[in-house]
Design a protein around this ligand. Structure first.
Ligand code: FES
Length: 117
């Protein structure tokens, strides 16, 4: 991103030892990442240490959202395509700190793991 550009809301998609593997059946994991990347800024990470919640997605607030009090929102068991519409609609509306998330995302919310786990 060029210097001076506002930092947008974006997602981190876990693709480690469990997320994005056959341990989570019934989902085209590559397509999930591609669908997200087509719609919102997306990066892929190594294991985020909450494998029991695979697939894990973290929504990072934009710079404006962070200034407004938004913090990263961790979502687990993101294992259906329908949730991607709600997730990307929220991000399009501004994401954490800016827009109220769709209520359905409460079903996926997980606590951020403690640092160093
Ligand atoms: S592989 Fe995603 S949390 Fe471990």
């Amino acid at each position: 991103m060029p210097a001076g550009e506002p930092v947008p809301c974006r997602v981190t998609v876990c693709r480690g030892c469990c997320c994005g593997t056959s341990k989570v059946p019934g989902l085209d994991h590559d397509q999930q990442v591609a669908d997200l990347a087509r719609r919102v800024p997306t990066r892929v990470s190594e294991c985020l240490d909450v494998c029991a919640q695979a697939n894990v997605v973290v929504v990072q607030p934009s710079a404006a959202g962070r200034r407004a009090g938004g913090r990263p929102v961790w979502l687990g068991l993101v294992n259906d395509d329908a949730v991607l519409d709600d997730l990307t609609a929220w991000i399009d509306a501004g994401g954490p700190g800016i827009a109220v998330p769709p209520a359905v995302l409460d079903l996926y919310a997980i606590p951020r793991p403690p640092a160093g786990t």
